[in-house]
Ligand binder design. Structure first.
Ligand code: H2B
Length: 96
């Protein structure tokens, strides 16, 4: 299914969108941000919160927990690239 929300963005549009997500790094067909938390327990709590936001958005990051660091990778697998859903979720996570 292709619609305005789930269609993969063209690279020029991705470049524009990256300006709205300065803390995220573009990596091929995804955007990545690593968060440093004060403890492993708070990293787990952060991931739990991200999970709730992701469920509400029906859009789910890849999550890599390494002790107190949490790496989130956003991509829209069903569209084979970045979509507005990724940038919308990044903006919500940035509000934490
Ligand atoms: N999350 C991400 N990151 N990419 C997807 O393509 C995706 C998803 N698909 N969450 C969603 C769920 C899809 O399975 C449901 C039906 O919308």
């Amino acid at each position: 299914m292709v619609d305005s929300v789930s269609e993969a963005l063209k690279s020029e549009r991705v470049q524009q969108k990256m300006l709205t997500a300065p803390d995220w790094k573009l990596s091929e067909d995804s955007i990545i941000r690593t968060f440093k938390l004060p403890s492993f327990r708070s990293a787990l709590a952060f991931v739990q919160w991200v999970g709730e936001v992701a469920e509400a958005a029906d859009h789910h990051p890849d999550i890599d927990i390494r002790y107190t660091k949490v790496k989130l990778t956003l991509s829209t697998h069903s569209a084979g690239g970045l979509t507005d859903k990724d940038f919308d979720l990044a903006a919500q996570i940035d509000q934490r």
